[in-house]
Design a protein around this ligand. Structure first.
Ligand code: NI
Length: 278
């Protein structure tokens, strides 16, 4: 038995590439974070766009607190040990009745990270159901190789380059990962995953937090950064990100400018990325 995950859950994660969702926040706590997000959206005049979509834990104190939530880190520690860095965060927000979808892909194909131990903690701030377009995963696909991908830049594809696996995916094998408000799904770096459009009356809101052990390396760029959120970093492969003391803390905002631009350069490498900056 780990700090949060049972032996069965750890075994399931190793074998399938994901485990059953765990509760990390009460519904009330999740709703309070959603209210902070939506207040920010109102202040911006719409959904988070452009640079706000990458590493916004450097901008918002409440998001910086969420990536350091003890229960989330305890679950990650059960999988990768006590030294934990947060490499990035990404919001995945599907408006009610929207055509936005995510094609089948492996995160490991694009991020330039040399590790097989990255864990994503996908925190739901509204119900992720089959109707609202929850994630779907192919069990065990994380144990296979990196599959070939192609870029589509499809209008409604939520991925940076509309990337999709370029070989047939066995849809019959896919498992729907339903996640309740305040729960989190945990999944492995190489797992093949996708999601359908949101056909529900509510927004489908989730924050994906990407955790790595400090021995991971960025091999697609000379410089990268991450936040040390638990334990030690004896390797120094990533510049340590500051923790904001308040929303838009100037030191963290300045760091964010460099870090999110570098992250986009990595994610769009090999494409005409300057065209995709909004
Ligand atoms: Ni993904």
């Amino acid at each position: 038995m780990g700090k949060v995950l049972s032996e069965d859950a750890v075994r399931q994660f190793r074998g399938d590439g994901f485990c059953d969702p765990i509760r990390v926040l009460s519904v009330e706590q999740a709703n309070a974070i959603r209210a902070r997000l939506e207040a920010q959206e109102t202040a911006n005049g719409g959904p988070l766009k452009g640079s706000l979509r990458f590493k916004s834990h450097l901008l918002f104190k409440w998001q910086a607190d969420l990536i350091r939530h003890p229960r989330i880190l305890d679950a990650v520690e059960d999988l990768i040990g006590p030294d934990i860095m947060c490499w990035t965060t990404n919001w995945w927000i599907k408006p009610a009745h929207s055509p936005s979808f995510v094609s089948w892909h492996q995160d490991s194909h694009y991020w330039g990270l040399d590790t097989d131990r990255l864990v994503t903690v996908w925190v739901a701030l509204s119900p992720a159901t089959v109707e609202s377009g929850c994630m779907r995963m192919i069990p065990g696909s994380h144990r296979g190789p990196d599959l070939p991908h192609r870029d589509t830049f499809h209008e409604h594809n939520m991925l940076t380059r509309g990337q999709e696996i370029a070989v047939d995916v066995d849809e019959d094998a896919a498992v729907d990962i339903e996640v309740g408000t305040g729960e989190a799904a945990l999944f492995a770096f190489r797992i093949a995953h996708a999601s359908h459009p949101n056909r529900s009356d509510d927004r489908r809101i989730a924050l994906a937090i990407r955790y790595i052990p400090p021995d991971a390396r960025q091999v697609a760029a000379d410089w990268d950064s991450a936040a040390l959120v638990r334990g030690r970093d004896p390797f120094g492969h990533f510049e340590h990100e500051p923790e904001p003391r308040e929303d838009f803390d100037p030191i963290a905002v300045d760091f964010h400018r460099r870090a999110e631009e570098q992250q986009r350069r990595i994610l769009y490498r090999g494409t005409d990325w300057e065209h995709h900056r909004t």
